[in-house]
Design a protein around this ligand. Structure first.
Ligand SMILES: *Cc1c(COP(=O)(O)O)cnc(C)c1O
Length: 384
């Protein structure tokens, strides 16, 4: 009982991170200064994108993608049912209707065949969520998007560093959104990024994150003018220099920490392979996951009851397991918009068995061994 709590995910902060933030505190720019540009340039280069725009969080990144793509009332946006609510909410912010697509039974990313069948004359974008860090079938989704002249907005909040057919995600879709919340791969406290290869879209995102004003204060200062022009209704979605300095420092450790996640995945795969009741996450050919989550599925007809029993035993053993996700269309807000159980049967069935095991770069081998032992015990207690 006295054993230490193991969270399902958390940040790793080292002395270099602390020094980077302190350095900004001593300087002239707390926000919208040189650390923003530096973080954007390095992040763009990390994912292989032409442009990166830092914003206040991943939800703001998705919102600005919707606005930059020109989506509004009367439009439809296709979103997978198995994701965090923000993936769908971004479409609602701009007044569009969410059309939920089911997920693939094997890998739990958006079901491409279902997406193709859902496109109508009103569809303006497909949101591709790289569930747990696994890139979606991006080529097939891009083909659908191109065929209909619509945007592919990738929600890669789980997936910085993930590789699709030799390329990092962030360089492939029309626009890609990332999050730097502390449970994600790298953190800025709160923060997000939009990446794209389209300079016009990047320009729109840049303007909309700063009230819809055409140039920021620092650029006005250096141009020696007070004059600014607000050309469109925008927001304050800026990411401060303090946060960007932390992000830049975290980014320099990103590959090392991704490697640690892969080691943990290999150990889970190895130790849980024999456990018949559990279905382990997959990594199909050509798609390398960034392993934000390690989601297992408790199988069988009584999955929901047994999953919940296992969840409770693990929590009692001080292990911070979690469930990702309750399908978005089942939330009260979306039910009130007319969405119903039965709309996405694969996501609904998967939800019954899903359980996310601890997965973060600071998880030690000893802690992971404790998780595996407790899972064995919990499954026995849950019965068959
Ligand atoms: C975390 C997350 C978001 C939102 O990011 P925030 O930075 O918390 O706003 C959006 N989509 C997915 C899939 C996420 O996991």
């Amino acid at each position: 009982m006295s054993s230490e709590f193991i969270p399902y995910g958390r940040q790793v902060i080292d002395q270099a991170d602390i020094d980077a933030v302190v350095e900004v505190l001593k300087g002239d720019w707390l926000t919208t200064g040189p650390a923003v540009d530096a973080f954007e340039v390095e992040f763009a280069s990390y994912v292989g994108a032409g442009e990166a725009v830092a914003v206040s969080n991943g939800t703001a990144a998705l919102h600005l993608c919707m606005l930059a793509a020109g989506i509004g009332p009367g439009d439809e946006v296709i979103v997978p049912a198995l994701t965090f609510v923000a993936s769908a909410n971004a479409a609602r912010f701009v007044g569009a209707d969410v059309v939920f697509a089911d997920v693939d039974e094997e890998d739990l990313t958006i079901d491409v065949g279902h997406v193709a069948s859902l496109v109508t004359a009103r569809t303006k974008a497909i949101v591709a969520v790289d569930f747990a860090g696994l890139p979606c079938r991006l080529d097939e989704l891009l083909a659908i998007a191109h065929q209909h002249g619509i945007a592919l907005i990738e929600d890669a909040c789980h997936a910085p560093g993930a590789i699709y057919r030799g390329r990092r995600v962030g360089s492939i879709a029309t626009m890609t959104a990332f999050s730097f919340h502390p449970v994600k791969h790298m953190t800025t406290g709160e923060g997000g990024m939009v990446t794209t290869n389209d300079p016009a879209l990047a320009g729109r995102v840049r303007m909309l994150r700063n009230h819809g004003i055409d140039a920021d204060f620092r650029h006005r200062e250096s141009a020696g003018t007070w004059e600014y022009d607000m050309v469109e209704l925008g927001y304050n979605y800026r990411l401060p220099d303090l946060n960007c300095a932390l992000g830049l420092s975290q980014l320099r450790r990103a590959d090392e920490r991704l490697k640690r996640r892969r080691e943990l995945v290999a150990a889970y795969n190895d130790r849980l392979a024999e456990v018949e009741e559990l279905r382990l996450p997959v990594e199909p050919d050509g798609r390398q996951s960034a392993w934000h989550l390690y989601p297992v599925r408790v199988g069988g007809p009584d999955a929901a009851r047994r999953r919940t029993a296992v969840f409770q035993s693990l929590r009692r053993a001080n292990i911070g397991v979690n469930v990702h996700y309750k399908p978005v269309h089942l939330h009260t807000y979306y039910a009130q918009l007319g969405h119903r159980k039965g709309e996405c049967p694969v996501a609904e069935a998967a939800y019954d068995g899903l359980l996310s095991l601890p997965m973060w770069a600071g998880l030690t081998d000893e802690a992971q061994a404790r998780v595996v032992n407790e899972i064995d015990k919990a499954l026995q207690e849950a019965g068959t």
